[in-house]
Write a protein that binds this ligand. Structure first.
Ligand SMILES: Nc1ncnc2c1ncn2[C@@H]1O[C@H](COP(=O)(O)OP(=O)(O)OP(=O)(O)O)[C@@H](O)[C@H]1O
Length: 259
């Protein structure tokens, strides 16, 4: 597993009128192998932009992103991406969606079947491999999205508000599954969320971004014992959790007012 080092990352967009929009400036973050980082910040502070640049889907304006000292220049099989709106191709079944991603990453065809079967089993969807996205609930579609990211066997998972489109109950179920996954698979995870509870529940560290142009202003180490899988309810009701929630809430309110 690789160390991800982001240093002095900046991004300036041009809007439709040709005006500069500074989305990120001076963004620094080092993520250790196996660490679970959640990223929160006021709306429009550059969270998605940062994640897309790390994935290689967006160019940066300045700064450096290294995986174990190797500069990232585009997408690569060591990074798997999970989108908020699942990003599944509607005319393909669950297994075909995963195969499509494997093809795109150049994974040999003779490895496809094992990878598809294993990852669909990991997310509990073995029986749904021949279902199309429209035949699945939002939670199931996002499980396929996660299986697709895992199938390329990345060192790092990048998730952009992956449970944001789900109802509250399904969201909590998928959070539990994410805990199980991350605690058994030892992946490095960078996870953007708008939910304070989700940020605390999942993370080793919660990083809090400033208002745009985004950079990291606060880092909170979540000192809640692992494994947490299977204990979400107990954790959510603990005093420690309530304290983290209060601290994060105050920080986000400050930044919202600054935005
Ligand atoms: N392609 C683009 N062209 C111009 N401006 C853009 C583009 N993409 C993003 N921006 C601007 O960059 C800023 C950061 O956007 P981004 O989507 O990264 O923020 P975010 O923190 O993910 O937002 P949210 O919390 O609402 O999801 C915003 O002001 C946005 O309007």
């Amino acid at each position: 597993m690789a160390v991800l080092s982001i240093a002095n990352l900046s991004k300036t967009f041009l809007d439709r009128r040709g005006n500069e929009v500074e989305a990120l400036s001076g963004f620094d973050l080092t993520v250790q192998p196996g660490e679970f980082i959640t990223v929160v910040g006021p709306s429009g502070c550059g969270k998605t932009t940062m994640l897309r640049i790390v994935q290689g889907l967006e160019d940066r304006s300045g700064g450096s992103i290294k995986l174990d000292e190797r500069e990232i220049t585009g997408p690569g099989p060591e990074r798997g991406f999970v989108f908020q709106q699942y990003g599944l191709l509607p005319w393909m079944t669950a297994s075909q969606n995963i195969a499509f991603a494997l093809d795109a990453r150049g994974v040999p065809r003779n490895e496809h079947e094992d990878r598809i079967a294993n990852t669909l089993q990991t997310v509990g969807l073995s029986k749904f491999r021949n279902h199309y996205p429209r035949q699945m609930s939002g939670g199931m579609q996002q499980r396929v999205g996660i299986a697709r990211a895992l199938a390329i066997d990345p060192d790092i998972l990048l998730l952009d508000e992956p449970f944001g489109a789900l109802d509250a109950l399904t969201r909590e179920v998928l959070q539990e599954e994410m805990l199980t996954l991350s605690e058994t698979m030892q992946k490095t995870v960078l996870f953007v969320t708008h939910s304070i509870d989700e940020a605390i529940m999942l993370a080793d560290r919660v990083v809090v971004m400033s208002a745009r142009p985004g950079r990291i202003e606060n880092v909170i180490h979540v000192d809640i014992e692992r494994p947490r899988a299977g204990r979400a309810e107990e954790i959510r009701e603990s005093r420690k959790f309530a304290e983290y929630r209060r601290v994060l809430w105050d920080l986000l309110m400050e930044k919202k007012e600054a935005a």
